[in-house]
Design a binder for this molecule. Structure first.
Ligand code: PLP
Length: 383
């Protein structure tokens, strides 16, 4: 750790305490290197929950329309998109906060409402960003156990366990519904009962990144409780069902007073012109959204069935991905070999070691061609 040849640990020692203990978000495989290696061949990229159908034609056209004026800053208020979102969700525009992806907003909630001395609560197998957000803010993360937590078969969030993990120093709770990486979800009644137990000064951030894909009748968006629970925040994204992951647009809906506090630290031009225009146009194309969601539901069911027919355990999912158990816990090395062999065959899935689920892989539900190819390559690898 000499100061003439400093390494990462030297600079880490200069960082804020929370960041000293932090590890960077693990994106899985290096996809750009992978694409270069397989240039000109049919690649099956099912590692990042990207939408295989692409965005609405209206969104693509809207992006092209922004090129000419891209020497100007984007609208710092995102007024048009906020009004469109307000109309869609039946809330006032002042209840909406736009983000450079919802990831940015998830980080910002911890920055604003948690810090040194504050506690943040999330569930076991919750989305990785929550832990990063809490630690980066200097807060302490408390992980609540999940349902039937025998590790081999992670179930959904245990809302009772989350409620009892809340203490007087808790400022923030992160919950994804449906959850990534498990694909699991909880119903509206269970969530209403949970919210009744949460003190008014504890913010509950419900991450609904996969909301559009849900068809379970017991599920409902937490948006229906926003009016009665001012401590409730719902985040959504244009990255998944709307297929605009590359343009980075997400949003949060909450009490206007809460949004106003968040606005104090929002970067002025955090959502770019192309993203604003594309998101607004995508929102206006319900037909494309319905088509994407129907294709996903059909492919999700057939892929799950095909994987189960091969003796694999597939967790129930209301999302655009499946969590699949490829080995018993303890045999992570076998799953790493399967993952590597699939990579060599041009199929990318998402390793789950970072979640303590190294015996599983997460598979984005592809289109029919991609899923067929995945299954064909998987059959060779498993043989
Ligand atoms: C993909 C995802 C996000 C969205 O990220 P963006 O920054 O909006 O692209 C948020 N939460 C969960 C659980 C996700 O899986």
């Amino acid at each position: 750790m000499s100061s003439t040849h400093p390494d990462e640990s030297f600079f880490s020692s200069l960082a804020q305490p929370g960041i000293q203990r932090l590890r960077a978000y693990d994106p899985g495989h290096d996809l750009v290197a992978f694409r270069r290696r397989f240039e000109g061949r049919f690649l099956v990229e099912l590692g990042s929950n990207e939408n295989p159908y692409g965005p609405s034609a209206k969104a693509k056209e809207a992006v092209l329309g922004t090129i000419h004026d891209s020497f100007r800053y984007p609208d710092p208020l995102g007024g048009d998109l906020k009004r469109a979102l307000a109309a869609k969700h039946g809330v006032e525009a002042a209840s909406i906060l736009l983000g450079n992806g919802s990831h940015e907003l998830l980080m910002q909630f911890a920055q604003v409402f948690a810090g040194p001395g504050a506690d943040v609560v999330a569930s076991k197998y919750g989305f990785a960003v929550y832990a990063i957000a809490a630690q980066a803010a200097g807060a302490t993360l408390h992980v609540a156990p999940c349902n039937a937590d025998d590790h081999a078969m992670p179930r959904g969030h245990d809302l009772d366990a989350i409620a009892v993990t809340i203490t007087p120093t808790t400022r923030l709770v992160y919950i994804a519904n449906p959850n990534n990486p498990t694909g699991t979800w909880f119903g509206a009644d269970a969530f209403a009962a949970f919210m009744a137990k949460v003190p008014a000064d504890v913010l509950v951030v419900v991450d609904e990144a996969y909301a559009e894909f849900v068809d379970a009748p017991e599920w409902a968006s937490a948006l229906s409780l926003i009016q009665t629970h001012p401590n409730l925040v719902v985040t959504r994204t244009f990255s998944k069902a709307y297929a605009l992951a590359g343009l980075r647009v997400g949003y949060a809906i909450a009490h206007p007073g809460l949004i106003a506090v968040m606005e104090r630290v929002r970067e002025s031009f955090n959502v770019n012109s192309a993203g604003l225009a594309a998101a607004e146009a995508a929102l206006g194309d319900d037909e494309h959204l319905r088509w994407v969601v129907a294709r996903n539901a059909e492919q999700r069911a057939s892929l799950a069935e095909a994987l189960r027919a091969r003796g694999l355990m597939v967790f129930p999912s209301q999302t655009s991905f499946l969590l699949v158990k490829f080995a018993e816990p303890g045999d992570e090395a076998r799953v790493a070999r399967i993952d590597a062999a699939l990579i060599d065959a041009g199929v990318v899935l998402r390793p789950m070691g970072g979640y303590g689920l190294g015996h599983c892989l997460r598979i984005t539900v592809g289109n029919a061609d991609e899923n067929r190819r995945l299954l064909a390559e998987l059959d060779k690898v498993l043989a």
